[in-house]
Design a binder for this molecule. Structure first.
Ligand code: AP5
Ligand code: MG
Length: 211
């Protein structure tokens, strides 16, 4: 099963992807994570990506599509994968259709008004875990591995505002793109991560219900 995870910034794509990866044995491929690893490693791609990510804009299509195409050509994707954060505009979606076969697009639907708080309250760990300050009870270290948590550089109100605008203008139209292909499964992303996960699993059991 190859799945595109769609949703606004903070909709819960990363949170749901880590639970889905365990349950369905799917590979989690996040373009945002790939860019952040490149930024940390000081690569040429990282330097370029940072100049766009800091402004809440999309990294240029050619760079992003090449990264995903190369990643999907690797053997470990044969068990199935989830693309988190790709495609993000119509050009990328059309390119993806040229080099991959997507079964479903899982759209996590959350009202935009809730997202600023979710994102600005997020704390992440280098091990990949992600939390919201409201659930940490004052803890500043990862509950899984004990390392110090930190805030993503793009999780500040100004950049989040720009990311939400980019999403509305460029990414939201992909809902109709996948709907027209009969591949869209849209799930209400309100409620606890566990509740949302249960909805997603139900929807995947009965994909004929896709809209
Ligand atoms: P990326 O890393 O993909 O960021 P994003 O799309 O902005 O999404 P987030 O990671 O912020 O949110 P999420 O949906 O994963 O939510 P999460 O589960 O963490 O991209 C970053 C940047 O890279 C882009 O802006 C762009 O510049 C660039 N980029 C990436 N892909 C690109 C592409 N294809 N083309 C060009 N450029 C690209 O949850 C968020 C918070 O909410 C957490 O605190 C979490 O604990 C909490 N939460 C999660 N679920 C719930 C729930 N159900 N209830 C309450 N709280 C919840
Ligand atoms: Mg994410």
């Amino acid at each position: 099963m190859n799945v595109v995870l769609l949703g606004a910034p903070g909709a819960g794509k990363g949170t749901q992807a880590s639970m889905l990866a365990d349950k369905y044995n799917l590979l989690h491929i996040s373009t945002g994570d790939i860019f952040r690893a490149n930024i940390k490693g000081g690569t040429k791609i990282g330097k370029l990506a940072k100049s766009y990510i800091d402004k809440g804009q999309l990294v240029p299509d050619e760079v992003t599509c090449d990264i995903v195409k190369d990643r999907l050509a690797q053997k470990d994707t044969s068990c199935g994968y989830m693309l988190d954060g790709f495609p993000r505009n119509l050009f990328q979606a059309k390119e993806l259709d040229k080099f991959a076969s997507i079964d479903y697009c899982l759209n996590i639907d959350v009202p935009l008004g809730l997202l600023m708080d979710r994102i600005c309250g997020r704390r992440v760990c280098t091990c990949g875990e992600s939390y919201h300050v409201s659930t940490l009870g004052g803890a500043t270290t990862c509950l899984k591995c004990g390392k110090e948590l930190y805030q993503r550089a793009d999780d500040n109100p100004e950049t989040v505002g720009a990311r939400l605008k980019t999403y509305t203008q460029q990414t939201a139209p992909l809902i109709d793109y996948y709907k027209a292909q009969g591949k869209l499964i849209s799930v209400d992303g309100n409620g606890s991560p566990k509740e949302v996960f249960a909805r997603i699993c139900e929807a995947l059991k009965a994909p004929a219900n896709r809209i």
